[in-house]
Design a protein around this ligand. Structure first.
Ligand code: HEM
Length: 134
């Protein structure tokens, strides 16, 4: 998470997300979301009091959404409360599904870096005057 955050800060400060690298930025947003999802699903895996209650709080966030909120909570938990089925699905997500999707996004990210090229801070500098004064 720290490295992804540092990388994002550097990309923002250097303006490397700008044209023509918008797609590289968007696949990066996908990578950020996937990294956060890995943190979220991984946190339940110790199956301790801390991880149980933290995941109870985190999974109740969508609850106030009108109409679909309670349904979303039930979908994530696989029941009304965190239960062994939640642990099973979080484990499957954490070790199979999310890493596979992450690999696909990393491949797309690298492909775009190869195709669109890496940014050069000098490319946004104003060009030197054509006939400089002597
Ligand atoms: C697992 C996470 C990620 C990995 C492994 C990864 C990897 C890389 C690598 C190796 C580069 C080329 C070298 C560099 O410029 O540092 C790069 C460039 C880039 N990344 Fe990421 N990245 C990740 C997440 C992100 C995120 C979260 C964003 C932004 C939302 C992002 C946006 C970009 C952009 C715009 C570039 C082009 C930079 C340039 O041309 O100078 N990446 N990434």
């Amino acid at each position: 998470m720290i490295v992804v955050g540092l990388h994002m800060i550097s990309v923002v400060f250097m303006g490397s997300y700008k044209n023509p690298r918008e797609l590289t930025w968007l696949t990066g947003c996908g990578l950020l979301f996937l990294t956060l999802s890995l943190c979220f699903t991984g946190y339940l895996l110790p199956w301790s009091q801390l991880s149980y209650w933290a995941t109870t709080v985190a999974t109740s966030i969508p609850e106030p959404i009108p109409v679909v909120g309670p349904w979303i909570v039930k979908l994530i938990r696989g029941g009304d409360k965190i239960n062994p089925d939640t642990l099973n699905r979080f484990f499957a997500l954490h070790v199979v599904v999310l890493p596979a999707v992450l690999l696909a996004f990393v491949a797309a990210h690298f492909y775009l870096i190869r195709v669109l090229g890496i940014s050069d801070p000098r490319e946004r500098q104003s060009p030197p005057p054509e006939n400089p004064e002597p």
